[in-house]
Design a protein around this ligand. Sequence first.
Ligand code: SF4
Length: 67
Amino acid sequence: MKVSIDQTKCAVCGSCVAICPEVFEMKDNGTVDVKDEFKGVDIPQELVEKVKEAQSMCPATAIVIEE
Ligand code: SF4
């Protein structure tokens, strides 16, 4: 399962970072994004549920999951 953030939708609320800081982070340029180490690669199994929770809690439906 891969995850990305649609930057055109993200409202930078920080919710995903609070729920799953292992995968999401606030960047120096003021955006929130998937950490570089998790871009374009499968999320480790133990983090999948947290990523799904972050997606379900995102107020902007900006978190995109690909199975
Ligand atoms: S929860 Fe959604 S809107 Fe909030 S920072 Fe994360 S991706 Fe952006």
